[in-house]
Every structure is written in C-alpha cells, then in structure tokens.
Design a protein around this ligand. Sequence first.
Ligand SMILES: C[S@@+](CC[C@H](N)C(=O)[O-])C[C@H]1O[C@@H](n2cnc3c(N)ncnc32)[C@H](O)[C@@H]1O
Length: 225
Amino acid sequence: MDLAKQYDDFAADFSRVHDVGENSNRDNRQKFYSVLNFIKPGMKLLDLACGDGLDLVYYKSLGAEVYGLDASAELIKIAKERLPADDIVVGLFDQTHYADASFDVILSKYAIQTSADMASVFKEIARIIKPGGILVYLVTHPFRQYFEKKNSTADYFQQEVVEASILNNSIIVREPSHTFNEYFTAEFLNDFDIQLFQEQWDASAEQIDGKKYPGYFIVKAQKRI
Ligand SMILES: C[S@@+](CC[C@H](N)C(=O)[O-])C[C@H]1O[C@@H](n2cnc3c(N)ncnc32)[C@H](O)[C@@H]1O
C-alpha cells in the first residue's frame, strides 16, 4: 500500500470530521497555532502536507504568502476550492519542485511521520528553506507508535507500519513507526538550531489499554545561516 496516497481513499470523510464542531478547534491545532506568533505579513510560508487547506486559511489570515503541497489529489482539490488564487499543488514532501532557499517558514502538522525515511524529508526541508528560516512540525509521538505495535514482543527500534486511530476513532491511518533518533540526527542538528520542543497529550487520539502517554510532539527549529 502507498502510504502517501491513503488519504485519497477517505479525503471527504477526513475533511468532514476534521473541520466541523469540536474537531475544527481541537487541542492539537490550537497548540500548534500557539507557537506560530513569529509569523509576519509577507513571509513566504509552505504548509508541507497541507491536507484540505484548513490551516492554510489560518496562515493566510496572518498575512503570510501561502503555498501548499500534499500527496492526496482529493485533499488538494478541497484545499484549492478554499484558496483558489494560491499556489497549492499535489506533490511529495521528500521530492518537491521548489527551488533552493524558497521559504521563510515551513510548517507541517501531523504528516511527515508518514515517511519511512525521515532523513530524506529533513534533507528536502533543509534545501528549500531559507537560511534563518523557521521550521515548525508536529508529528505522532514515538511512544504512541510504540504502543500501536500489536506484537507482545514489540521492538521500539524496529520500524513497522502501525495503525493509528485518529479524530476520535473515526478514521484509521497507517504510518511507519519512528524513534527519536530519526528526528534528531546529527545532520538535522547540523542544519537547524532547535528553539522549542513540546510533548503533548492528544485528546482526539486513541489511548491504548487506558494508558496515558503523549500523542504527538512539536519542534520549532531555525535553519542555520
Ligand atoms: C493527518 S493528515 C494532516 C493534514 C494537515 N497537515 C492537517 O493537519 O490537517 C496527513 C497528510 O499527509 C499527507 N501525506 C502523506 N504522505 C505524504 C507525502 N509523502 N508527501 C506529501 N504529503 C503526504 C496526506 O495526504 C495527508 O493530507
């Protein structure tokens, strides 16, 4: 199964449950937005894996010049209906068409963990962000992915595709598990200065066996000059 394309199969459902009522203001979105107070009008901003574009509408309201990219043609269709005049395209986050040093800001929420090879994603981000530019990403916490391993002899260090139940159990997505080492490699730390690291509990994510553990983490990092 092509994990990058799975959202095509439930784009309409994702958009519906993601955008309405409680979900549209759900905690992880507000936590993510709360660390974006550095965004200034005119900044060139890419939402990497922008989904249905709901966040792009918010980033645009801050005055940013917004760009969106996502693997799902179905979700991009919805995003383009929301923002017809903006540059929103189908593409893969580890092989984008953007020129070197294109963006002041790159944001990515609950998406890049879908890649089996985090190093290739960070390499691409480091290429297309400007020196001094800011990256903020939110990804599924490795603890959560560890608990999603069904095998009783689950190995934290071994990558396997796990099933994650999201948006209050309304959708199941599949993604490769990751370790913290994959997010904080020597290459990443050489390219970026970390300015913020937050672990958070996600009220909309399944808590397996009634355990309480973080659902995601947020990193804010600046590309070295
Ligand atoms: C959980 S959704 C999050 C969407 C959006 N960032 C949000 O927070 O609402 C994950 C997104 O990642 C996209 N995606 C998965 N793999 C991708 C890849 N290799 N390249 C680009 N987008 C990808 C999916 O199509 C989906 O829209």
